[in-house]
Design a binder for this molecule. Sequence first.
Ligand SMILES: [Zn+2]
Ligand SMILES: [Zn+2]
Length: 651
Amino acid sequence: MKVPILLPNIFNHPFTYESDIDLKVGDYVVVPFGKSKISGVVWDEFEKKNNRNFKIKNVLKKLDVTPLKKTTIKFLNWFSEYNMIPKGMALKLVLLSSKAVEKLQKDTYKIFDTNTKKISTTLSEEQKNSLKKMNVSNQKFRVHVLQGTTGSGKTMVYFEALKNIIKKNFQGLILLPEIGLTSQFEKKFIEFFGFTPAVWHSGVTKKKKEIIWSGVANGEIKVVIGARSSLFLPFKKLGLIIVDEEHDQSYKQDEGITYNARDMAIARASFENIPINLITAVPSIETYENIQKGKYSISKLEKRYQNASLPNYEIINLNETKLERQSWLSKKIIEKVNFHLDKKDQVLFFLNRRGFSPHVLCNKCFNSYSCPNCSINLVYHKNKNNLLCHYCGFKSSLKRNCVKNGDCEFIFSGPGVERISEEVKKNFPTKKIEIFSSDTMNKKSASEKLEKIINNETQILVGTQLISKGFHFPNLNCIVVVDIDFSSQGHDLRGAEKNLQLYHQLSGRAGRTGKPATVYFQTYENNSKMISEITNENPDIFLKRELEIRKKNRLPPYQRFISLILTGENENKLEKEALNFKNFIENTVEGKILGPVNAPLFKLKKKYRLRFLIRGSKSMKMQNSLAKIIPKYKFPSGIKLSVDVDPINFN
Ligand SMILES: [Zn+2]
Ligand SMILES: [Zn+2]
């Protein structure tokens, strides 16, 4: 018999093979491809038309693995069409590697089944009502949003919902952003369920991934907690998907194979015909719109755990209180912090900038240190004593011959968390201070550091936005936002939404155990309206207004954006090519083409970047028209096109 077999490579179609073995859609097989052997999956459709004249080869063997479900295959076909990704690359997200499928582990997945003691919980009335709403789906597809203020016990509600699903012998998937730091969450999970979940993210070892993959495929693993990529695991009987912190922009993968994991999770739930729950304190604009339209159901938790109240807000106007030179903390804020420290409160200084200083220049020649590969300033990291590019990883030491004789004399312009930490140390010399950023927390020491913060051994934290992500620090009752800055908002259509999410999440870290807590905003801006909006207990006011702006300006979620980015090492050649390309696609594309323009990050990793933005109605027409015309255009070598459907970053 002839069978269509999709292989995990850049092709958008399955290949035809001959087979003596009886094969069904979804079976995993090993086939010859070129000079090598690779594994693939029997697909649901043959390649449409094929003018090539290849000798049809034979399937070598069928693998002893639970077949990929037809619904999952349908989802992958759709995923590939929507995101404009070759089908083979979509399959690559499912298969760990060609080899890994062949040597699947047979019985080691039992390690996820260790029974430990469970803690029983009692839900509040609010929580019970929310759970009831989640359970009405009858196991069919529907999207439910659980909106609850930070610290209101949302996790317990969806844990209960998940428990029901597991009892019915289904599997569950919990998607989390920033999975590298899940130890706190895992502990909570084990306490509730009495068993260890399988945790899936890029940092998990290959061997462990193989174990999880096979355990998920044969249905032995009941729950996976994972980052974006866990969405492509071959679940045998998936019964519920939960997207925690659904508004989090890190669900968007914007390099390589680009997709939005939250949106794709909703699509997968729809193809599998199972319920999905989106969990958030402040819904994303897209989700909010779907709630307004009645497409998603919603339940709310308005009370914080044990009736803890939300933090108070205070604005410290820096125009009224002069800062000393090379100083970023006002006298007033030092007084406030002392007051909190005396009460044994933990204090967080928030500044969303890694390193010591974001901009280094010479006092004599005024040349700055910028990245030779990217159009961006290098950031000085004092701890490592080097200058670092946050985009390409370029490193250099802090030394340079000056064009005006001798060595350059450096000026460090502006602070990063390291610099603020030094100023904090000067003001509070006896306190234990910890920097909380991706430079200090992504290592093995992270859990030890977290433990110290939770036990109040660390009295002061200086952190970037990493700290806003779901941590529970019981003693944190004072947050100082070193500099609230809205200046970048004009360039980014999501700027206002991003700020709302960030500061809402951030202030949710404070006052979680019932003690009074305050968030202080230091600012030069007189934009008190903006601050009052982002600190309002009812975020719907903001969301409603923002949605009106989007509608008026025909922005997502009312229209669809697709961005096309052309990159190349030769600036002139790239520019010429971009114009030719535009002419070529202009009359075929279902949508309005804006650009080409220089990308805000014009040079990245030695390549120049030009952007197009295509705007059109929300249907597959735009993708399909592009998919038809783009392959017909032959780019000269060295020029590359990448496509990003529903872009979030416009760098
Ligand atoms: Zn760089
Ligand atoms: Zn100089």
